[in-house]
Design a binder for this molecule. Structure first.
Ligand code: THU
Length: 129
């Protein structure tokens, strides 16, 4: 299944009774396996989690740590770009050249690299003395 179809399908399972804004994310890991996630909201609003975070958790749980491609889809007029926190989460497992496709359910797509999404990312090198 393509990343797009995987993201579209998992979006249907998004639990978003508060925002009504369903998001699906699919990431391809180094092995070629596709991992998916959807947003899961909570009545205690800050406890909700983004679609990207769910996909990353599924990948890590399966024992993988390298993302080669990502796809995010939502039902909006403009392609939804990952939130700031998710950019940092993605950057942990992506090289700067990894392509992230942002799409609307209506068919609009925008592609950006990880470096474009999070320029000047905080990384392990910043922790060196
Ligand atoms: N959301 C995501 O899942 N991913 C994004 O990239 C942007 C926002 C979710 C969080 C929340 O459940 C809803 O969309 C509205 O912000």
């Amino acid at each position: 299944m393509s990343l797009k179809d995987a993201a579209k399908a998992v979006r249907e399972n998004a639990y978003a009774p508060y925002s009504k804004f369903k998001v699906g994310a699919a990431i391809r890991a180094a092995s070629g396996t596709v991992y998916v996630g959807c947003n899961v909201e909570n009545v205690a609003y800050p406890e909700g989690t983004c679609a990207e975070a769910g996909a990353i958790a599924a990948m890590a749980a399966a024992g993988e740590t390298r993302i080669t491609e990502a796809f995010v889809i939502a039902g909006a007029a403009l392609p939804v770009t990952p939130c700031g926190g998710c950019r940092q989460k993605l950057a942990e497992f992506c090289t700067p050249d990894v392509r992230v496709t942002m799409a609307t359910t209506g068919g609009v797509e925008q592609v950006m690299t990880m470096a474009e999404l999070l320029p000047g990312a905080f990384g392990p090198a910043h922790m060196e003395e």
